[in-house]
Design a protein around this ligand. Structure first.
Ligand SMILES: *Cc1c(COP(=O)(O)O)cnc(C)c1O
Length: 454
């Protein structure tokens, strides 16, 4: 560690970290020497190995990457990327005290929700609204508020599982409610709901079938009709939209999804939806609805455990304000900008990237081709959008092994690249690529990595 190379590492990473890394590097050398291998035991070699370990250890697992999977709202890659305005607002809130629960007019205690309450009314048309950690929390809170120790009625066709552990039946149990399934998998009629309502019914829920579609001989009860049935029975009705968009997507050539405003107008007491799906903001969950229903939700002590911090509230407020100028949303809101990007523009981008990619990948055949992107995160599950990308195949039919190794090398880069392997090619869908110089620099990193490995 007294050697110049070691001292330079200490300067950068601190004594304790470097000591640990040098010990590990020496330990590995000892093991390979014992196994009879040749090894470079110079101080320079040990320092270099320790430096590699320290750099890898210092690298964040949450470092930026290129999402070239073709799924715009990729849950495992963090869903929506935030608009500039939201990033600025969150950074400001991070670095300074803010009037989070403080009323600057009166100098008294204020309400956390006040910052977005008026905006939520404005963009959804609901009487009132509140914000929690995510939509799963919103649904949990609603069920617990209205159906704890009571029954919650849901159609059998809507008992959704959304990746991981969000499953309606299990959520019901955790929220203390008894699930009362009505209808069948493919067909549920108004009378099924009416028969399902009883003295113990606390809630009826409609759940957006976010990641599947039931087709063929089907029947469901729409929200307007379900509102009437619930009202007649004196039961609270919650419509879980899942993704929940605030604008008509058909404007940008996508299929029309019912908007939150439409769901509110259909008459549900409560509507729940996510902040980081189609809305394009930070991870939050919304509950909007009638003043009376929201007041009950707000009185639930569980809400305190599900609340959001100042960073996300600041980012959310800035994101919602962008909706005041819907004409420019496809410029200001990255999610919409990426979803609305024309296939021809993406194809032109792919042509520009072809040269740098081919140069970085000797031994592979790289070509430009058409592909299909997905929206992701449970919006329009069976719709895809025309896109374009780079198709990478091993030049010598080296097989899937070569593709798997290449995909791994791309994921191991300082700025990882995540694509998808499909039909014998590694496909990099360029819909979500906006940083062209950054991508070219990453391809150069890749070229260096591939040449370093014999
Ligand atoms: C995505 C989704 C949820 C969960 O939302 P998160 O924001 O991921 O917690 C709940 N319900 C439906 C219908 C969804 O699509």
């Amino acid at each position: 560690m007294r050697h110049a190379d070691g001292a330079a590492l200490v300067e950068r990473f601190g004594r304790a970290e470097v000591a640990e890394a040098v010990r590990a590097a020496v330990g590995d050398l000892r093991t390979s020497l014992r196994a009879g291998a040749e090894a470079d035991v110079s101080r320079e070699a040990v320092s270099a190995e320790a430096g590699r370990r320290l750099a890898a250890r210092g690298r964040s697992a949450l470092r930026p990457l290129f999402n070239l999977t073709g799924t715009v709202l990729h849950t495992n890659l963090g869903r929506a990327i935030l608009p500039e305005a939201a990033i600025g607002a969150a950074v400001d809130a991070m670095a300074s005290p803010v009037a989070l629960e403080y009323d600057l007019d009166t100098g008294r205690r204020g309400e956390r929700d006040d910052h977005v309450r008026a905006l939520l009314r404005e963009v959804t048309g609901a009487e009132d609204g509140t914000v929690v950690n995510n939509n799963a929390a919103a649904v949990l809170l609603v069920i617990n508020t209205f159906a704890c120790n009571r029954e919650a009625v849901v159609s059998r066709g809507e008992l959704v599982e959304i990746g991981g552990s969000f499953r309606i039946p299990e959520l019901m149990t955790q929220a203390g409610a008894t699930l009362r399934e009505v209808g069948t998998t493919n067909r549920t009629h108004p009378r099924d709901y009416v028969d399902g309502f009883g003295p113990d019914t606390g809630l009826v829920m409609k759940v957006h079938t976010s990641n599947y579609r039931i087709e063929g001989y089907t029947a469901e009860v729409g929200a307007p009709e379900l509102t009437g049935l619930a009202r007649a029975a004196g039961v609270t009705f919650c419509n879980d939209l899942g993704s929940g968009t605030l604008v008509d997507l058909s404007r940008w050539g996508l299929r029309h999804e019912p908007t939150v405003r439409e769901a509110v107008a259909d008459g549900a007491d409560l509507v729940t939806f996510s902040g980081d799906k189609l809305l394009g903001g930070p991870q939050v969950g919304f509950v909007v609805g009638t003043s009376a229903a929201i007041a009950r939700v707000n009185r639930n002590p569980m809400k305190r455990a599900l609340r959001v911090d100042k960073l996300r509230l600041a980012a959310l407020e800035a994101t919602l304000k962008l909706y005041r100028d819907p004409d420019r949303l496809d410029a200001t809101l990255p999610t919409l900008r990426l979803l609305a990007r024309p296939a021809a523009d993406i194809a032109a981008l792919a042509e520009r990237m072809l040269g740098p990619a081919a140069a970085a990948l000797p031994g592979y055949a790289v070509s430009v081709g058409a592909c299909r992107s997905q929206i992701g995160s449970g919006a329009l599950p069976v719709d895809t959008i025309a896109s374009a990308g780079l198709f990478i195949r091993p030049a010598d039919r080296g097989g899937d092994d070569a593709l798997g190794r290449l995909a791994a090398a791309l994921r191991a880069l300082p700025r990882p690249v995540v694509g998808r392997v499909s039909e014998g090619a590694l496909v990099l869908d360029l819909r979500c690529l906006e940083d062209e110089p950054g991508f070219i620099a990453t391809l150069q990193d890749l070229s260096r990595t591939l040449h370093a490995v014999p």
